[in-house]
Design a protein around this ligand. Sequence first.
Ligand code: NAD
Length: 535
Amino acid sequence: MSPLVETIVVAGAGTMGAGIALLAAHNGFDVVLVEPDASAQTRALARLQKDAERLNDSPCVSRIRFVSAPEPVPGEAIAIEAVPERPDLKEAVLKSLCSALGPQALVATNTSSLSVSELSHAVPEPERFLGLHFFNPPALMKLVEIVSGEETNDESIARARSFVQRLQRTPVLAEDTPGFIVNRVARPFYLQAMRAHEAGAAPAEDLDTLARGAGFRMGPFELMDLIGLDVNLATSDSVYERTGAARLEPVQIQRDLVAQNKLGRKTGSGFYDYSNGAPTHDDAAPEVPGTLNEDEHVVIIGYDGIALELHERLSKAYANVELWQDEETLDRIPLEATIVIDIGDGATDRGWVLKALDSLLGPETMLFADAYATDIEAATKRLQHPERVAGYGILASLEHQNAVEIVDYEATSDDTLELAQELFESIGRRVVLLEPVPGLFLGRVIGSIINEAVTAVEEGVATADDVDLAMRLGTNYPQGPIEWGREIGGARLNRILKRLASAEGAAFGPHRALYILDAEPQPEADAGVEQVTGE
Ligand code: NAD
């Protein structure tokens, strides 16, 4: 066991360095904050005082001592470098920290995008060097990624882990790969959202509504505006440059906005306009009618969880709801049915069901089909009455999905869309109309996040449990992506991603290990988390 570390040395008193210093002081450590720029010191002190007041711990600031260059400290130290993201500068700072603190110090970098192993060349004993990746703002974010370089030894990881726990933060262990866990697995949240937007799926505010409806604290567009489009793009660029993975390629609309200096809140516009303050939104659930609807006769075809759930929910809104569990007897569906919802299995194309229903039922019967699994556009070309078909997307259950995407195909009539909207609103779910894009919005975004998480686990970046923990604590996702994937199911996700890949390129396709989501037991859930702000 190493002796108790008493002094924390933080290099760089900017956004992250000052935040880490405060967190350490608040948890009883003496802190030396190295900052050569006098004006940066003054700004940092003012911020520290304000933030300490918020923590109800103003006295802790007295445990932080500013210096302009690293100097020896008593006992064993932990040094954390948090200077700007430039390899040459970081290496110089690491060298001067090491020579001032001696060989006993544990030395860490807070880099978001550089290779820890490459930076370790600046440290005389690279086995005591690792990444301690804090999130912004450190005082609120509960997660710290401990990044092991090629030469980091177990003792250093153990020291780092116990230090992070003494800061009352949750450590997760990540390999030294581009974006580590969080910044990598979160990429599709932004990239796929922008790709859907770029393809004309819907305005950013509608897509944000869908994302919040699926449980994300903020939608991808409002979150990028908050983080700063330039900062977010720099992270995407760095992960893309280092992985070369086509699925992670940054999106042109973001580059265009950055080129126009539309960086989000900080410049007054980005995906949203902030000239009259931040846009507000109303996510209240639609009011559920007090009386049962007797006009419609609803038939649900399906046998899985979604079919059973929809049957239960719709039975509270409609007087006539039937669950049709036998696909062999579609010809016995009552002709007076006004709405037929085909749930299917989520994993196979249901064009044949639409074709059968189209010939069996009169043109006034509306048909709603799972647009994640079925190529409805192709199917409707073979129908006599394509105007009565709308697509919907339900990923796993409506329990936590408060907004449903409904697809407005070229042939779909307004009456059909209105009825689809009325149906989902009658069970308290918001509806967002989408132009047809493969995987729709939630399917492609959540499916690609889960795919990235599975890929990271398969590549040995971290364990499945740590990936889930990291995404819940580091980005406030409503659940870990692996756990989420198990809930949705590997076969369903496979289908969504295969359709995405066949439309937009093989790079977006499912990882071959996605099937493990159907095989492994569900991990334990963890406690709630705080607000997220940045990368
Ligand atoms: P920042 O620009 O806010 O702060 C950097 C500070 O380092 C400045 O005050 C600067 O004066 C100081 N500095 C420059 N040269 C120095 C030197 N030789 N010695 C000591 N201090 C020096 O940057 P930041 O946003 O705090 O980022 C710092 C690091 O943290 C980067 O590696 C970044 O990738 C990483 N990071 C940032 C965030 C974030 O959201 N900002 C999140 C996680 C990790």
